[in-house]
Structures are given as structure tokens and as C-alpha cells.
Design a protein around this ligand. Structure first.
Ligand SMILES: Cc1cc2nc3c(=O)[nH]c(=O)nc-3n(C[C@H](O)[C@H](O)[C@H](O)COP(=O)(O)OP(=O)(O)OC[C@H]3O[C@@H](n4cnc5c(N)ncnc54)[C@H](O)[C@@H]3O)c2cc1C
Length: 294
């Protein structure tokens, strides 16, 4: 009797979770490896869902709880707090940051995105906390949020509506954020500095001091924390994928590793639904063209 092939799914966001569900349904043995905890960017969504069919107006925690429950019901193995750093295609061996190794016939890599860093002196003092984590903190002072897109505006709205003092800093005079977010920021009277860049950040007792260079003046502003939301980039780990992004979506069976989800989805199409769909496509294509039979 043939043994059931093990497929490692690296990344436990919507793409990885959906892929594991499909792989299991199609008769394979998926194992999910997640650096932190299942959910990925779902943990950053703070407003009710509007565009996930079946979850209109729901809190994202409802969707995440359903996904986790389904993995449990389908008896899919999940390895949380496992940061995968390499995959050896010849040895079919996955290696984690702590040195642990796992055997897998193939890897579906769904790493999602990481926040782009601010490249200025003192960037290490930018908070790594999510909006939800900041909401739970007592903050003595303002939250400076750098960015002009949905993530910056969503963070500003959520924090301001919860009673925190917020200020937005943006290097241009127009925003990528959704018009309704922009309107709500205006309605709440959140101060917005346009054509302004952060030049440096220093740590102070109980907070940070930020040097802001505006169109006419440069000034120092004290804040409790500075949060950076200037865009995202694919969170590709060189040990798993060394080639440039356009080369890393080979179809099975030419490679035993395939990248899915936000990491390889053009910006306008990144969403929970496309992440689910990419997981399904990778699983079905693997079953149609198994890399271990080539
Ligand atoms: C603030 C915000 C609001 C959003 N609102 C919506 C919305 O309303 N509707 C919508 O459809 N979409 C929304 N999105 C987008 C949606 O969340 C993403 O498109 C979706 O989560 C992408 O799924 P993914 O699985 O590709 O990546 P992610 O969700 O980023 O998951 C990737 C996972 O992989 C893990 N990982 C990465 N590298 C490794 C490694 N080497 N080893 C182990 N684990 C690893 C990460 O820890 C992460 O958990 C929003 C996103 C944000 C940030």
C-alpha cells in the first residue's frame, strides 16, 4: 500500500490554512508550520469584515476561530512557534530556526508580508506592537503613526476611537487610504502632517522623540510610541526561496516548493479570499502533478 505523502505548509495565515485543508481533503498529510500563532495578518484586522462572503460585519476573530476549529476537526497537525528557515529539496528536509528538522515531500510556502522598515537613525525604537496590543497599553502621550495607506489610517481610527491621542505623519500630500477612512480621520479631527518625513528617532524616558522634517520647518515631537505603517513586502526567507519573486512560483512538479498567498499576489488583489483560493489551487495542482512522481 502507498504511504500518504507529507506536505509541509509553511505559514499559518489564510493561504496556508486553506491549502492544508484542501491537501487533507485530497488525501495528503499536511503539517502547518507557523512562526507565531495561526492567523497571520488576520491579527492586524481591527474593523468588522466587509468583504469575506459569509462573514459580513463579523469580527475577524470569529473567522479565525472557525478556521482553527476546522483544522482541529480535520486532525491537521499544527506546529506553532516554529520558524522555518530552510528546505533542502534533495534531502526533502525542512529546518527550523532552533535547528529541528522535519521530513516533507513538498513545501507550500505561504509567508505573507512583513512591514517595511523605516530606514532612519533610531528606527529600532519604532514599536513592534500591533494596534490591538497598543490598545491594551496605558500610554503616557501621543501615538505617532507614519504612513498614508489603509493600515496607517485603520490604526489611527481604532486608537483614536478608543480614546488614545494620535497623529498621522505622511511624506506626500495625498493618501492611498480608502476615502471613507480619510473622511473619518477628518471627522475625528486627527492631526495629519503631510509632506513630512521622519528624520530620526531617539529614546526618551517614557517614550520617544521624533525629528519631523516638514515643508518649511524641522521640529522635534515627543510621543509615547511611534508606529510605522509604510507598506508591506513579501516575507520571503532566502533559505527557502533564493530566486527573485517572478521565478518562485513554479508549478509542480518542476520544484518541490511553491509560494502562495499575499507574498506572490499583486497588491490590488491581496485579500483573505484570494489567499484562500491560492491555497486551494496549489493543493489541487499538486495532486494533479505530484512533485514526488517526476
Ligand atoms: C490591517 C489589515 C486589514 C486587512 N483587512 C482585510 C479585509 O478587510 N479583507 C480582506 O480580504 N483582507 C484584509 N487584509 C488582508 C489579508 O489579511 C491578507 O490578504 C491575508 O491575511 C493574506 O494571507 P496569507 O496567508 O497570504 O499571509 P499572512 O496572513 O501574512 O500569513 C502568513 C503567515 O506566515 C507566517 N510565516 C512567515 N514566514 C514564516 C516562516 N519562515 N516559518 C513559519 N511561519 C512563517 C507568518 O508568521 C504569518 O502568520 C487586511 C490586512 C491588514 C494588514
Amino acid at each position: 500500500m502507498n504511504s500518504i505523502e507529507t506536505v509541509a505548509v509553511v505559514g499559518g495565515g489564510p493561504a496556508g490554512i486553506a491549502c492544508a485543508i484542501w491537501l487533507k481533503r485530497l488525501g495528503l498529510l499536511p503539517k502547518i508550520f507557523e512562526r507565531h500563532h495561526l492567523g497571520g495578518q488576520l491579527h492586524d484586522i481591527t474593523l468588522p469584515l466587509q468583504d469575506v462572503p459569509g462573514f459580513y460585519g463579523a469580527d475577524v476573530s470569529v473567522l479565525l476561530a472557525d478556521l482553527v476549529q476546522q483544522l482541529h476537526q480535520m486532525e491537521i497537525d499544527v506546529y506553532e512557534e516554529h520558524d522555518v528557515v530552510a528546505f533542502d529539496e534533495a534531502e526533502k528536509l525542512l529546518t527550523c530556526a532552533d535547528g529541528a528538522t522535519y521530513h516533507a515531500q513538498a513545501v507550500v510556502y505561504a509567508p505573507g508580508l512583513r512591514t517595511r522598515d523605516l530606514k532612519v537613525p533610531g528606527a529600532q525604537w519604532v514599536t513592534s506592537l500591533s494596534t490591538s496590543a497598543l490598545l491594551a497599553q496605558p500610554l503616557a502621550g501621543e501615538v505617532l503613526i507614519v504612513g498614508g495607506g489603509d493600515r496607517a489610517f485603520e490604526a489611527a481610527l481604532r486608537l483614536s476611537e478608543a480614546g488614545k491621542t494620535v497623529r498621522l505623519i505622511h511624506r506626500r500630500d495625498h493618501f492611498r487610504a480608502r476615502p471613507d477612512f480619510q473622511q473619518r480621520v477628518r471627522d475625528l479631527g486627527i492631526p495629519v502632517h503631510v509632506n513630512t518625513i521622519v528624520e530620526a528617532i531617539t529614546r526618551t524616558q517614557g517614550g520617544v522623540e521624533v525629528v519631523l522634517k516638514g515643508p518649511r520647518t524641522t521640529k522635534r515631537v515627543k510621543a509615547a510610541v511611534v508606529m510605522v505603517r509604510i507598506g508591506m513586502e513579501p516575507d520571503i526567507q532566502p533559505g527557502l526561496c533564493s530566486s527573485v519573486l517572478s521565478d518562485v512560483v513554479p508549478l509542480w512538479p518542476s520544484s518541490r516548493l511553491r509560494v502562495i498567498g499575499d507574498a506572490v499576489t499583486p497588491v490590488p488583489f491581496r485579500s483573505i479570499v484570494t489567499a484562500f483560493a491560492s491555497g486551494m489551487v496549489a493543493a489541487k495542482e499538486m495532486v494533479m502533478n505530484p512533485p514526488w512522481r517526476s
